[in-house]
Design a protein around this ligand. Structure first.
Ligand code: ZN
Ligand code: ZN
Length: 357
């Protein structure tokens, strides 16, 4: 029983696609259950083929659901076997995911010159965006781990501790729980915190620094992504003004994310709240991104993108204000859209924490 396969077939039917080649490894894993890192899937209304090389033969036989598994070894190549299967099954026209590299595309065309490859960018992504309850449970577990990690790292935060030390403590905690980092930990303080994706350094925390921590755990193939900003020592009025405005905008966005809303409007709402203190000029990125198998999963919340909000979507909500020379604040939670609103999956405290005074 493979629900995702049924959903893909329905989408193929709706878009008039008779055969579809799945090459994006995240999509292939989502579609087949395979957890390895190389393979191709072919879906028609009556056939399903999963191709991978001999490194993964046993694994594919154990993991892949709803597909005929075909494996091969040297001197055959993945593209040769793909071409054989397409011609053996009289498939001369096939949709593909244009997110593949140009070299990959050229490789298919060279091995299978008689086949028409047609880009179908909008077939799988909309399906991936609506998470099943099983997927949401996995994202929730990854979020719980990120929350536990934030709680754990708080004890470290005081003047004299370096950004590296903080980042490594986060990494150690996550990996010690059997998870992987969803991405390289961001731990930036003082003026460094004005770089939204800055790298941790030897810089030591000082009283009066904003410290921004952005990290996530990948657990069982699914990610979390959380950001908290704290003040080292005592917060000034300026710290409080910026922090509280970002927090107000973030909570308003979460309130507004419900079925029927549009990501564009929610992003603009956040900017209008930041502008009560003229701060939207310091908010250069979008409000959030889809989250799931990929940290930056399909979809985005931004002022330039028409994005209907629907139940089952999982989003990050992460407004930020970055003032050059002073520092930055970002507050990021992960949410799942429900029938009536949304549920917040990351629950670490959000009031302004003043630490190590
Ligand atoms: Zn993040
Ligand atoms: Zn994020």
């Amino acid at each position: 029983m493979n629900d995702n396969l049924n959903r893909v077939r329905k989408a193929m039917d709706a878009q008039g696609v008779s055969a579809m080649l799945v090459s994006d490894i995240g999509n292939l894993q989502w579609l087949t259950g395979f957890t390895g890192s190389s393979g191709l899937g072919v879906v028609t209304d009556s056939q399903t083929v999963f191709l991978t090389d001999s490194r993964y033969t046993l694994q594919a036989q154990q993991e892949v659901v709803g597909f005929e598994v075909i494996t091969f070894g040297s001197p055959k190549t993945l593209n040769m076997v793909l071409a054989e299967e397409l011609s053996g099954r009289q498939i001369n026209r096939i949709g593909f995911e244009p997110s593949c590299s140009y070299t990959t595309y050229e490789g298919w065309r060279k091995e299978a010159p008689g086949v028409d490859f047609e880009p179908k960018p909008d077939l799988l992504p909309p399906l991936r965006m609506i998470k099943t309850s099983e997927e949401i449970a996995k994202i929730r577990a990854a979020c719980n781990l990120a929350d536990a990690c934030f709680d754990h790292v708080l004890r470290m935060i005081q003047p004299g501790v370096s950004e590296y030390d903080i980042a490594l403590d986060i990494e150690f905690f996550i990996r010690r729980q059997g998870a992987a980092l969803a991405f390289d930990v961001i731990a930036v303080s003082g003026p460094n915190s004005a770089k939204p994706h800055g790298k941790p350094s030897e810089k030591k925390l000082e009283s009066g620094d904003f410290l921004t921590l952005d990290f996530g755990a990948r657990l069982d193939g699914y990610n979390s992504d959380i950001t908290r900003t704290v003040v080292v020592g005592q917060a000034s009025d300026r710290h409080k003004m910026i922090y509280n405005r970002v927090l107000e905008s973030q909570m308003a966005a979460i309130d507004a994310l419900k079925p029927g809303a549009n990501g564009k409007e929610v992003d603009l709402l956040v900017r209008s709240i930041l502008d009560k203190d003229n701060l939207s000029q310091y908010f250069g990125h979008g409000l959030g991104h889809g989250l799931g198998r990929a940290v930056h999963d399909y979809g985005g919340l931004s002022q330039t993108k028409d994005q209907p909000i629907e139940p089952g979507q999982v989003w990050t909500v992460e407004p930020g204000v970055y003032i050059p020379g002073f520092g930055g604040v970002r507050i990021e939670d992960d949410i799942v859209v429900t029938e009536s609103g949304c549920e917040i999956l990351t629950t670490s405290p959000k009031h302004l924490l003043e630490l190590g005074a």
